[in-house]
Structures are given as structure tokens and as C-alpha cells.
Design a protein around this ligand. Sequence first.
Ligand code: ADP
Length: 523
Amino acid sequence: PDMLRDLPTWTPDPVELADLELLLSGVYRPLPGFLGAFDTAMVIAGGRLSDGTPWPVPVTLTVPKDLTAHERVVLQDPEGVPLAVLTVTEAWQDPTTQGWRLAGPLEPLRAPAHGPFHRLRRRPDEIEPVEGPVLAVATREPLHRRALGQIRQVAERLGARVLVLPLLSGVHDESLVRAVLAVRRELPDGAQVVPVPLPVRPASGDRAQDATTPARDSGRDASRDGSRDAGRDAGRDGGRDAGHDDERDILLRAQVAAAYGATHLLASTEVEGTAIPVVVPEPWAFDADVEVWRPVARIAPDHVQAELTAEQLGDLLDRGEPIPDWFTPPAVAAELAVARPPKHERGLTVFFTGLSGSGKSTVARGLSDAIVERGGRTVTLLDGDVVRRLLSAGLTFSRGDRDLNIRRIGFVAAEITRHGGIAVCAPIAPYAATRAEVRRMVEAAGDFVLVHVSTPLEECERRDRKGLYAKARAGLIPEFTGVSDPYEEPADADLTLDTSKLTPDEAVARVVDLLTAGGWLRP
Ligand code: ADP
């Protein structure tokens, strides 16, 4: 430890940090640490470590190349608190992404700072051993009336105690835990609730490639595909329906549940090779005749009430309409609404991108005026030039500084969005990767609408409102977007405006129409 301060440090990404916590707390036993190339390949190919131990998912650590030269690395949390020392036994390059990874055992320094509900968190060795069967419910969704009934039925049949493991994914975790605690009295006596950090893992074995997808998976972009895959939990951030639980996820949940002493795992489908047996509950439905949930087998067919689909539930939440009591207890419904507020109250970032002089500021200003004139919502205009005077004062126009400027705007916009406001941003934002990063930040907090102001370069240059194009052509401004630096056209714009063909008022009206149609503004 005396040498700690001489070791290089690294802050793993959120999934890796969750893995680190589970490695250190013994939940991932028998894994000693992050996996090397061979174990990773074996796990991906056949669900086993190279020594034959079944293991469902690759648990790896990605680092920048310059860290691979070290024998020991301090892993720290995002605040810079050292959590563990990794002794590097292998530095390897992922064959698909070419990203560098470190493998090796870990030496704990301190327990991770737990965040909300840390008092409920337990290491497996902190759980009182229980005689007899223990039924684990490892869930990313609040427990609605059907699930509660099924849990009671299965627990009774097995004579099991119930252990609910809310799986924390980093988005609306408090809301999930509160929703689970809210139904504690509806669970069998002695039920325990232990939150476990277990983010949804990207579909393939590599994460680097998925760098742009998690936000889109979060199902918050209703405006784009209309489906707003509310399946995972409708109140939270979308994802898979319990009926589509993928195999690896069930294998991993069984592994985690087993580590916590569970003997059975409640899940929607059976999977071969789970650490503990999976129990699939029989189908339940709401009996509209006597108004109770019960096994479908015991309901007269014409009394089976159609289930509220995830999409219908999502639509109710989006419109701010009440969630029916037959479907979920009111306390759970309230948590759903916290995690997925009605559209007209939900935080939103409207992000304009386009060439200098394309009309972003003009339209963005008009939009924020239009929104405040209508009332009922707060707006912050984060305009390129205004931002540079304070938030990004001192930054140059180099590629790196311009990117940093956009990320700062994105960070502030995400916070405004998290707090239910509307952020209107109007930077040039020429690079697709940076825009994707902003979208990701914002969508973890609320909704994101991208407006491409596509006014042709010739028109922007003809306007040359700030005389910048003339300077750029004269070589006085290096790397000027459209002249000597690329503008990467967005493929994910919700709206495209060419202000050479629209008046400013018309352009503003188009955005207002989009926001109204999307439900963010009241008609
Ligand atoms: P940007 O913020 O994209 O650099 P600005 O809004 O600052 O662009 O400048 C756009 C210039 O184009 C302004 O001088 C504006 O008056 C002019 N303009 C002409 N027609 C339009 C239009 N339909 N929409 C927006 N701006 C327009």
C-alpha cells in the first residue's frame, strides 16, 4: 500500500465497475478477477472457463494501450476513490475491437461507495443463512400484481423463503428499489430485498463496438420508432420483456442468486445449465369476474382480462394517465411515473446541429421564445457563442477543444433534462461520434430530439453573418467546418430544416409542431 500512489490509476466503465464490485464481494466466485483472452474466448464460445467451470458471460476490463505496460494498476471509481489493485497477469487485445484488456486477480482496497439504498446492499457472506429452499426473484422490473401472485404461489409450493434481488443498471435504480420495497407487504413473510449491481450487458462479447447503442436501447426515443420498447419495465428505461429474457442473462442471474444462497430462481423460461434450478411460474391473468389475479387455468376463458402490454403501459405513462389498480399497486404506479414522467413534464434536450450560419441560433432562439410564451415549461438556451463566453471560456477551436465544448454542453443539457426542463442547444457539432455521446448522456436522463439545420454551404457562406467564411477561405481560421474541416451529416435527425427554403418563423413552427406531436408540448 505504501507504493499505491506510484501506481497508474484507471476508472472502469459502469458495467466494469459493477463487475468489479461483484468480483470483490464474492458474488462472482469462483472468478478470481477479470478474464484473459483464452477464458473470454471459451466463455463466449461455450459458456465455460478454460478449466471447465460453467460461466455465462465474459467479465473483462478494457483499458487504454498505455496501461498495458504496467504490472499493477489501481482501479478507482468515477470520483477517483481507489477500489482495488489489479495485478496484471495478461494484457491482451480483443480480436474484434482491437481494444486492449487487462486480466488478473484483484486485491480489494475498500468497498465501493454504494449510492442510494447502500444500507440494503449485502455481500453474500453478510446474508443470514436460511434453512430450506430460497426462491430468488432477480428483477430489473418492479413487481406488478401478476408477478406478486406468481411469486406467492411458487414460494408456497416450494415452501421457500423469498429473496428479491433488484438488479441495478445505473438508470432509475432508486425508483426500482422503491417500487420493490413498496410491495414488500404483498410478498410472503420473511422476504428479503437485496439490490445487486448488474447492468444489462451488450448483446455481443465486446462492448467497445456497442459504444453507440446503449442509449438507443434505453427505449426513450419514442419520437423515432414509436415503439418505445417499454418492455423491460415500462416505468424505467425500456429493454427486453420478461418473456424475452435472453439465456445468458438468466444464467448470470442464477449465478448471482446462487451466490446469495438461493436454491431456486424464478424466471420466464428454463435454460440449460443454470447454477440453480429455474422455476417457471404457470401463466396468470386477471379474472375480470371476481377481480383477482390467478392462474389462467382457473379462470373461465371469457373472464380472462387482456394483459396490459408494455406498450400500452408506456403510452399511459407518456400521457400522464392513471395506471389501473388491477394491474399494479398504486405505490408501484407512482414509481413508474417518477421514472417515466408524462411527456409534457419530461425533461428534453432539443439539439440543433449544422454549419456556421445555417440558422441554428436564430431558430433555437425562436424556439425557446415560443416555448416560454406557451408557458408551463422552463427552457435553457445553450447557444454556441453564448456558451463559449462562460461554460467553455478559454477553449480554442481545435478539434479537441471543440469536442470538449460539445461535451460540456451535453453534460449541462443532460442535467437540465434530468430535472425536467427543456435544454435547447445550438452548437455546430460537426462530428457524429460526439453527437452520439451527447445523445447517450441525455437519454440516460430524459428525451433527446436532434434537429439538423441543413442549409447548404453556399447559402451559409453567402450569408457569412460573422465574416467567418471569408476568414476561413483566406486561411486565417484553420479547420473551419465546411471549408477545411468536415461536417458529418447526421443519420439520426428527427427533423431536417433547410433555412434557405424557410423563413425563421416557419422553421420555428416546424420544431414546435414536432414537439407538440411528440407530446412534449401541450397542443
Ligand atoms: P448559426 O447559429 O447556425 O451559425 P445564425 O442563426 O447565427 O446561424 O445565423 C443565420 C443567419 O441567417 C442569420 O443572419 C439569419 O438572419 C439568416 N437567416 C436567413 N433566413 C433564415 C431562416 N429561414 N432561418 C434562420 N436564419 C435565417
